[in-house]
Ligand binder design. Sequence first.
Ligand code: NAG
Length: 374
Amino acid sequence: MEDGGKPAERKLCCISYRKPLVILFFFCTFFTLYCLNLTENSSTWTYQLWSHYLQTTSQIKQQNTTLKQLFYNLSMTTTKMAPTVAQTILLPLPSPPKYISPGPYLVEYPYKYNYIINEPTGCDELKPFLVLVVPVAPQNKEDRQIIRNTWGAKKVILGKNVALFFLLGLGKMGEKEILEESKQHKDIIQSDFVDCYKNLTIKTMVMLEWLDIYCHQAFYAMKIDSDMFLNLPKLMEMLQNTPNNNYLTGLVERAAHVHRYQSSKWFVPFEVFGENIYPPYVLGLGYVLSLDLPKKLVEASREVKALYIEDVYLGMCMRHLGLSPRDPPISRAFNVFPLQYNRCQYSRIIATTLESHTDRWQLWADFTKPEPHC
Ligand SMILES: *[C@@H]1O[C@H](CO)[C@@H](O)[C@H](O)[C@H]1NC(C)=O
């Protein structure tokens, strides 16, 4: 330890020796910075450097978020979960939709409609397994007559009772004539809303209210249009093996687009329904539901804004309940496009739209001949 003797002295010496150097270094740095500052006009270059740094980092952040959004949208389009989000960002949008007053497209429902003609004990007396409800305009008496004498004629099928009711609104036919028809057949229910296309949702909801109040002890109901062909034995056969709650079946439409062109029969303005794709629904020509559903659907309708397209509206109420319509266990059981009459083929389906000018009496006479269908 040669130098061990004077450590304090050396320390002192060194500090005093380095101090001016350190001061000089800082002075020069500040001087250089000051001079550089003078060469810039107003805002300091340090500030500019800082703001440039901020800009680039925020750009990177932005790019990250747009990239994230892009991947999100891509995944959404492929899984078809939110096509609306994808469409608004990925696809170039045409000019924004011009405002259309929802006025004419608003449906007066929920609302308390009254029965002008009712069959309050019809279901109690008949004890049906299945209730057929045919919405029909008052003046279409011929349709009712054909149905009563063709597919609606049989009251017991596979040992189970079937009831048939016609649902009418207010129309062009005289009340006296309707009352007479009602007395004769005891199958007419008439409510006090105007019977027209734009009021079909009211008709469907009144049907569900009626089923819930007067027919809840039955197992299934079927809504079927008055111009359809119905193969009841096939339907009853199907209903032997189907769930008896939360069950809605028919021709299921999935991911149908909302019509935004005003010339369409099914035009719906944004203000009435803001989504671009309808939830799954069964086509209105004919659908079958278990009889726990009417009550639930009527309750849902108090929270789901009414749409005049009745079958779509039921789909919206089903979605609100967390339920979906199901495909029937028989393939091509429900046909929206007219199926050309063929005895064998008709025996395998449940319901179909008929070709115009079909003679329904003649078709029925042929269909019910005793010989085998195929
Ligand atoms: C639907 O029925 C209601 C109630 O009867 C009526 O006020 C309304 O005008 C009807 N809608 C159309 C489009 O006729």
